[in-house]
Structure formats: C-alpha cells, structure tokens
Design a binder for this molecule. Structure first.
Ligand code: FES
Length: 107
C-alpha cells in the first residue's frame, strides 16, 4: 500500500479542499477525485466505470452518492458501490486527516 500526503496541517487541507468541491489529484500516474463534505473526505477514481466520463464535474446528492454527469449513474461515495445503473463499482481510496495533512492510501 502506498500513501500520499496533501497539505501540511488540517487548516491547509481545508484550504486545499473547499467544502463540497471535487478536486483533481494525481497519485503517481493515477488521477483521482477528492471531495470534502464537512470533516469527511472521499477519494475515488476520477473516471466513471461506465464509459469513462470525468467525475470531477459530478454532482453529489443528499444520500452521499456521486452522480455521473453523462448518464446519471450513481455510486456510493464511501464504498464506491453502484447504486443506479449497469456497470462495475467505483474504485474508492481510504483517507485519513492527520496533523500533518490529508493522507490518501492506494492499494
Ligand atoms: S459514463 Fe458515467 S454513467 Fe455513463
């Protein structure tokens, strides 16, 4: 497992990730999306598992689901589980907010 650190304090992490704005990050060669909702962080593959549309412009609904802008398939932000549509699940990554910044873990 690899880990990547963003920011250098909890305050800097909040500045880097404005509330409810999906930010694009690169982990080595892999592009992911990171979203903060309050004090909770979500990290997920940035391309939709259906046809590869970018999820950086996706919407988030009140059930904690991310909605692909192309065909409106929905995925659980926490688990990546497909909630509506016909494709595989969204790949998600563990995160941890520390005093040193936000850690994102890859498998
Ligand atoms: S490309 Fe995302 S739902 Fe089709």
């Amino acid at each position: 497992m690899k880990q990547f650190l963003f920011g250098n304090s909890p305050d800097s992490v909040n500045d880097l990730f404005p509330d409810r704005v999906i930010k694009r990050l690169l982990l080595d060669e892999e592009e992911i999306g990171v979203l903060r909702i309050g004090n909770t962080f979500f990290a997920f593959q940035s391309s939709c598992p259906h046809r590869g549309a970018s999820l950086i412009q996706a919407h988030i609904n009140g059930q904690g689901e991310i909605i692909c802008p192309l065909h409106q398939y929905r995925f659980d932000l926490k688990t990546g589980q497909l909630k509506m549509g016909f494709c595989g699940d969204l790949k998600v990554f563990q995160t941890q907010l520390t005093e040193e910044g936000l850690l994102v873990f890859t498998q």
